[in-house]
Ligand binder design. Structure first.
Ligand code: FES
Length: 116
């Protein structure tokens, strides 16, 4: 578990966590009810899950549904903003890419910025 997630037993408001599991490109990722898809991904140490047209990695930028950097496919629904969509147990998330190379390889180093 990521150190970014506050454990229920140490949460000041006394919440009760109800676990959920989603799959991201077929890999299981655990979260808790109430988290957005982006929250589940960030808590699992996934900071980027798609690539923009330039090939630069993208994840959460605004976190409020404005920038569309966090798009994923959920089931049959394309272009879902992960920062706005609550995760549901069993969600099948597929990452997207607008780069010619395809999907994000999380182990790949971040490419240098492109010159303009
Ligand atoms: S992070 Fe900006 S729309 Fe989701």
């Amino acid at each position: 578990m990521s150190p970014r997630r506050v454990r229920a037993e140490s949460d000041a408001v006394g919440r009760q966590d109800r676990p959920l599991r989603i799959t991201v490109d077929g890999e299981p990722v655990d979260g808790v009810e109430g988290q957005t898809l982006a929250g589940v991904l960030l808590a699992a140490d996934r900071l980027a899950w798609r690539r923009g047209r330039s090939g630069a990695p993208r994840g959460v930028f605004c976190g409020i549904g404005v920038c569309f950097d966090c798009l994923v496919t959920v089931g049959e629904d394309r272009d879902v903003r992960a920062c706005r969509r609550r995760a549901r147990d069993g969600d099948e998330v597929t990452t997207q890419s607008r780069a010619p190379g395809g999907l994000v390889d999380r182990n790949e180093p971040t490419p240098p910025p492109t010159e303009k």
